[in-house]
Design a protein around this ligand. Structure first.
Ligand code: HEC
Length: 437
């Protein structure tokens, strides 16, 4: 009896490949609907829909190519090096199933048995927000040219300080919006930058061009907005302006966008606030033609902290970024590893379980930039020497972490410590500018 039960699954496994070539209805639709359709549907960021059998069949050979190279679904973090919410990856078995299906002529199978394409909630995914803010006027995105990072300054009329538990971006035109970061400014610094330009908002390419007094988090297409863990919130000081940084990728057609953000205040009592610290290297001077330009940065935590997310950031010449933590006892904890950086798919990676790191933990990061003419995103042919900066032709080596601490004063101390780094940074920028011209 025991034997038979053990053998039965084995036998069916051995027989499976013969009678069971993959079909759209049985094996492919579930993979596509889960991993592709959130972006590949009408009015979304991807250039064509993958919602029906004919659509998927039409793109079959490209689907095989882009999945086997792990170019689609776009997810740049290496599996197993950090575990994240909403990971968009296919298993090797799924990639093979897609390949076999395409090689076998992409058969439909019994479509009456196929799962239905997913339905996506129209409107706000997390319900009615407590506060909705909208970019004051539409922004015109040209048909082509480089990607644009536009910072929109949106005044708010909050009369009391608030704690925010979640945000949701509703792109006015999802075809062009590639990702969003939401900063707070209580010093009027962003307004001043905005006043200098004629268009709505102002451009930058790295940070928002000033030192934000807070952050409400980020958004990327194809994901579902998430609440911060219970008891954790983001401080929103009354009177602050929201600075919404939108990353536009031109589509070949002129487009216009006016996006909205929904803000959800914390529903449960909050004992922990979110703050940001960063590992950064500002001494960037990449010789023309250099293929593997490596920079590194490290920091020893002076207090215990719990890590919520990681946001690696480089510009067009970035190739690789890796961050790890080494505990005081020597144990290594992987944080994130991107081997094929793609400026268009920069994400904030939210850890599946927040990572608590004790005082004395060493955080380390390194980055690799490629300034050869072999990299298609190089803004210059022939390549030129590249310096640190926030412009689209400058480079950065920055890894931002969102953290909380058990006691709020510890958080302030950590951020202030990072602030001291920033002061050094400002001096470093001045120096690189003088040196680099
Ligand atoms: C997060 C959004 C997103 C998800 C998820 C996604 N795609 Fe895409 N896809 C895009 C965008 C945007 C483009 C346009 C090219 C670009 O911007 O990189 C694209 C382009 C493509 C292309 C054309 C590539 C080319 O070279 O022109 C194929 C094929 C494709 N996707 C297949 C898939 C498949 C198959 C899946 C699921 C396994 C998937 N995509 C998941 C956003 C997505």
């Amino acid at each position: 009896m025991q034997m038979v039960m053990l053998l039965a699954p084995l036998v069916s496994l051995l027989l499976a490949p013969i009678g069971n070539l993959p079909t759209f209805a049985a094996q492919i639709a579930p993979i596509i609907y889960r991993s592709c359709t959130p972006c590949h549907r009408e009015g979304e960021v991807a250039p064509f829909g993958l919602e029906t059998y004919p659509q998927v069949k039409r793109f079959a050979s490209m689907i095989k190519l882009t999945t086997s190279r792990r170019f689609m679904p776009p997810w740049k973090a290496i599996a197993g090096h950090g575990e994240f919410v909403g990971e968009r990856t296919l298993s090797s078995a799924e990639i093979k199933t897609i390949g076999d299906w395409v090689d076998n002529g992409a058969p439909s199978g019994d479509l009456s048995q196929a799962p239905k394409p997913p339905k996506f909630a129209a409107g706000w995914q997390l319900g009615t927000p407590d506060l909705v803010v909208e970019v004051p006027t539409s922004f015109e995105v040209p048909a082509d040219g480089p990607d644009i990072l536009q910072n929109f300054v949106i005044p708010t009329s909050l009369t009391a300080d608030k704690v925010v538990g979640a945000i949701e971006l509703r792109p006015g035109n999802p075809k062009v919006v590639h990702h969003a970061l939401v900063f707070l400014d209580s010093n009027g610094a962003a307004r001043k930058l905005d006043e200098k330009t004629k268009e709505p908002g102002y451009q930058s390419f790295g940070g928002p061009g000033f030192f934000p007094t807070g952050s409400l988090g980020g958004w990327a297409p194809g994901g579902t907005p998430v609440w911060l863990p219970d008891g954790v919130g983001r401080y929103f000081q009354k009177g602050s302006d929201i600075v919404l940084q939108l990353h536009y990728h031109p589509t070949g057609k002129a487009e216009s966008d006016r996006s909205k953000i929904g803000i959800y205040f914390s529903r449960k009592p909050v004992t922990r606030l979110v703050g940001g610290i960063a590992l950064e290297n500002w001494e960037i001077k990449i010789p023309a033609g250099e293929k593997k330009y490596r920079r590194a940065s490290s920091y020893v935590l002076p207090k215990e902290a719990t890590f919520l997310s990681v946001t690696p950031h480089m510009h067009l010449l970035g190739r690789e970024m890796k961050a790890d933590a080494t505990l005081p006892d020597g144990k290594k904890i992987p944080l994130v590893w991107i081997k094929e950086w793609d400026f268009r798919w920069q994400d904030t990676f939210v850890f599946k379980s927040p990572i608590r790191l004790p005082k004395g933990t060493k955080l380390e990061m390194y980055s690799v930039h490629d300034n050869s003419d072999e990299i298609s995103t190089n803004p210059f042919t022939p390549p030129r020497e590249i310096f640190y900066g926030e412009g689209s032709n400058d480079e950065m080596s920055l890894c931002i972490f969102e953290i909380t601490t058990e006691h709020i004063p510890d958080l302030l101390e950590l951020i202030a410590d990072d602030g001291r780094h920033r002061k050094v940074l400002e001096r470093a920028i001045e120096l690189t500018k003088k040196g680099g011209g």
